[in-house]
Write a protein that binds this ligand. Structure first.
Ligand code: PLP
Length: 849
């Protein structure tokens, strides 16, 4: 029979142990080993099966609790750890020092919006890379002391749990999250729980309550629509992550963006924290936060006009794009967005009072007139934006170049900050025992560890993975309907001494889960080599609606079911943080073979590297900039080959060859005492040289220095004196938009000067003042196609008065930096102190040719 209703009975904590609740409710324990050990000590079995402090506390019985309360040593341990946590939460950190030392303005507060957050398997509100990156961002922000607040959604069922059918087809389950059993507290004020309201078409309101999770120092606000105030349809808005149709999805994004800002304002009001001056949109999903911020300024006490409000919001919004895969860009039918904007007869939106629906719709314009593009809105409402690796920055500048017409792709104002991963979450225990908990000194320690020690640690980690593989393979077999008697073999699969390769990632087409099966016989030979055995762990989920992805998984599972191979290759279902930890730590080689350049960054290989795994990867995402020949292997990519089958053949061939000729021989070339010396050298190099570059602390510092502080400075400047600069910028934009069609470079002359070339340009300016634009000469080498490369530029100064035709004459001398065939051009750009980049307004005028 099924339970009609569930409820928890908890043993109350004895007064001497009340700090246990404090320790369990702050997610700092996720990356604090001594706190984990404390909960493990309460009930080792429960800890091993759940990894969840609150579950351990919920299940402990009265006798055990009494015994612990009487155990002086345990009580002291609890007190000490609680004191340590208190210190951690209050101690001055990097951000405070940076904010004091720097010339620039540091933000008082930063809001970070994301559709998913992967902090721990205990709080399953993430699906994969994007969410785990957001979780790592919060953790590193906590360690570094940033005044950051996270904003997301609380999903009743999170993402699905994966198992396999008997014949290897993916099965999805959706366990229900009970917020009462999770480390969450409801946001309340004097009048009770805070309820956010958002106008929905048909005079309805979408309500949400707000859960707060504490991620170290960082509060994470999670909106939850599953409350009695909502009808069934609206209750279901936060039922699942990435689960529904477009209509479901847009409601989630409206709740995240618009509801998220409203929740944030309430949180700040209740806690007395500083109002954030910087808003970070982690991917386009969060884009509606920009229009809600504009609404606040238009509809609230500031009573700004739309353009002025937009200038304020743009100055302080940061937008991060995460994928170059067109299908990964969030796009909605324009009619659907229009429906939710819910315009009255005068065009004003009921969703965003004070804003005109048509104006909001323009923010999502793209080439396809029927489509509203969330990434485009993100770029339009974020003065600062970035891709997530150097290569992805480059690809994004090309991909979104249409938003800045007239500029070369390399001038498009999208930068890049390469992702990183949170070391204290992902570095396995044995390494920390060896090098300690200080990220700054770890590289030097790794450099000095004896070869034997390094190798022993790798062996220990691999052996741990082998145990995990056996356990999970057995459980998976049971799920697939095999009985124990048929599963005896799972107890002996994998060899703790054999070269172990890992491949775990979403079954998205571009990631090519089955590339390794391109030549099944060759893979079979590699795996079954008696002298130099290789074993392969594979994991990954397909999106529930992606039957193609599920078919790929099935193809892999069928291959692994072969009795001759099943000891060497395994597919483990339900890839999540808890599994990931083991495979990143235990694999010798981390394999990644995406279709370049579709992998924006990729982070799993970074987590492997932090544990001494060597990457074997296509030069895509982060690996493109960090592979140095000593930290792994680059699989040559056949990027120019248009026929994708041929390309797969070529790249699979390259992968097999690298394995056979480089990876495997290196692993099995041993000194007399059994250490693979060259291999260990590469491991050491990876840990000491690559390790520091892939850390989330490096990433969050980069965001702070390159984006958050400049955005905070821009925000302060644009808000000062009652938004004077914002008003000025808005008028300037209107002026230049009206005048731009009359701006023209009518004549250009040059003559040799002592120190280079004196270039003069006659520019028609329409109604603009000479200082309203910036005129520059650009000089460089010229390609056969006439393109200028490696340019240098010089700002041209206007002469007083005009020429006979009423044009302003600008001039500058520019000196060539190189020899060879050179060329120059002249261009006119907008000029205003509140613009952060020449290309920002997408306006440029060149001479007619
Ligand atoms: C790190 C991680 C990912 C993302 O890895 P990619 O290399 O970006 O594919 C996905 N899932 C889990 C569980 C992870 O830990």
């Amino acid at each position: 029979m099924k339970a009609f209703r569930r409820f928890n009975v908890r043993v109350p904590l004895p007064s001497r142990l009340t700090d246990l609740a404090v320790l369990a409710n702050n997610l700092r324990w996720v990356w604090h080993v001594p706190t984990q050990e404390l909960f493990a000590a309460i009930d080792p079995e429960r800890w091993a099966s759940t990894g969840d402090p609150l579950r351990v506390l919920a299940d402990v019985d009265q006798d055990r609790m009494d015994a612990l309360a009487a155990d002086e040593e345990f009580v002291t341990r609890v007190r000490d750890l609680a004191a340590e946590l208190k210190d951690y939460l209050a101690a001055p950190q990097w951000f405070g020092r940076y904010a004091e030392s720097t010339e620039t303005v540091a933000p008082q507060g930063i809001a970070y919006f994301s559709m998913e957050f992967g902090i721990t398997e205990v709080l399953p509100i993430y699906s994969g890379g994007l969410g785990i990156l957001a979780g790592d961002h919060l953790k590193a922000a906590s360690d570094l002391g940033l005044p950051l607040i996270g904003v997301g959604l609380f999903y009743r069922s999170g993402y699905f749990r994966q198992s396999l059918s008997h014949d290897g087809w993916q099965i999805e389950r959706y366990p229900v999250n009970d917020p009462g059993a999770l480390p969450l507290t409801l946001l309340t004020d004097d009048s009770g729980p805070v309820i956010i309201g958002i106008a929905m078409p048909g005079d309805r309101t979408l309500h949400a309550q707000v859960w707060v999770a504490s991620v170290g120092r960082i509060p994470l606000l999670l909106l939850d629509s599953d409350i009695a105030l909502n009808d069934e349809e609206l209750r279901a808005v936060t039922d699942r992550l990435y689960g529904g149709d477009q209509d479901h999805r847009i409601k989630q994004e409206i709740l995240l963006g618009i509801g998220g800002v409203r929740a944030l304002r309430d949180y700040v009001r209740i806690t007395g924290r500083a109002e954030p001056s910087v808003f970070h949109m982690n991917e386009g999903h969060a884009g509606f936060l920009g229009v809600e911020r504009i609404r606040e300024l238009v509809d609230g006490p500031a009573a700004l006009d739309f353009d002025t409000a937009e200038a304020v919001v743009r100055a302080s919004n940061v937008f991060t794009t995460h994928t170059p895969v067109p299908a990964g860009i969030d796009r909605f039918p324009t009619d659907l967005v229009r429906y939710y904007l819910d315009a009255g007869p005068d065009g004003s939106s009921r969703l965003l009072p004070g804003l005109h629906a048509g104006t909001v719709l323009e923010l999502g314009d793209e080439a396809d007139p029927g489509v509203f593009n969330m990434a485009h809105m993100g770029f339009r409402l974020g003065q600062r934006s970035n891709g997530v690796s150097r290569l992805h920055g480059e690809v994004s500048r090309q991909m979104f170049a249409d938003l800045w017409p007239g500029f070369d792709a390399d001038e498009v104002p999208i930068g890049s900050i390469t992702n990183g991963v949170h070391g204290f979450t992902w570095v396995a225990r044995p390494w920390r025992d060896l090098v300690g908990e200080d990220e700054d000194s770890a590289p030097a320690h790794y450099a000095e560890l004896p070869d034997g020690e390094l190798w022993r640690t790798r062996q220990t980690l691999r052996a741990g993975l082998v145990d995990e593989v056996r356990r999970r393979a057995h459980a998976s077999g049971r799920d697939r309907g095999f009985i124990d008697a048929e599963l005896g073999w799972t107890a002996e699969i994998f060899d703790p001494e054999a070269l172990t390769i890992g491949f775990a990632r979403r079954a998205a087409t571009y990631k090519r889960l089955t590339l390794m099966l391109r030549d099944p016989d060759r893979l079979r030979r590699i795996l079954t080599d008696a002298e130099r055995p290789v074993q392969l762990v594979i994991a990954g989920k397909a999106h529930p609606a992606d039957d193609g992805g599920k078919a790929l998984i099935q193809q892999v599972v069928r291959f692994t079911d072969d009795p001759e191979l099943r000891h060497k290759i395994v597919f483990l279902p339900d890839y999540d943080i808890s599994m990931a930890r083991h495979i990143y730590a235990g694999c010798d080689v981390w394999l990644n073979n995406p279709v370049r350049p579709m992998e924006a960054c990729g982070t799993s290989g970074m987590k492997s590297a932090l544990n001494g795994g060597l990457n074997l990867s296509i030069l895509d995402g982060w690996w493109d900039e960090m592979a140095d020949g000593e930290n792994g292997w680059a699989i040559p990519s056949a990027e120019g080959v248009v026929d994708e089958h041929r390309r797969d053949d070529l790249e699979a061939e390259a992968l097999y060859s690298l394995l056979e000729e480089s990876v495997i021989p290196l692993f099995y070339t041993r000194t007399p005492d059994g250490v693979p010396q060259r291999w260990v050298q590469m491991v050491r190099h990876t840990l000491s040289r690559l390790g520091p570059k892939v850390l989330a602390s490096r990433m969050v510092r980069d965001y702070t220095v390159e984006l958050y502080c400049p955005a905070a400075a821009a925000f302060d400047a644009i808000c000062a004196d009652d938004y004077a600069q914002a008003g000025d910028l808005a008028s300037y934009r209107a002026l230049i938009a009206a005048a731009w069609s009359s701006v023209m470079i009518a004549g250009v002359e040059d003559e040799k000067a002592d120190d280079g070339l004196l270039v003069t340009a006659h520019v028609a300016l329409g109604d603009l003042d000479p200082d309203a634009v910036k005129v520059e000469v650009i000089l460089g080498r010229v390609t056969d196609d006439g393109d200028i490369i490696d340019p240098v530029s010089a700002r041209m100064a206007p002469a007083d008065g005009t020429d006979a035709s009423g044009r302003t004459v600008y001039a500058a001398t520019i000196g060539p930096r190189s020899s060879g065939l050179l060329g120059y051009t002249v261009r006119v750009l907008p000029n205003h102190p509140a613009l952060s980049d020449d290309a920002e307004l997408g306006l440029v005028r060149y001479p007619e040719v």
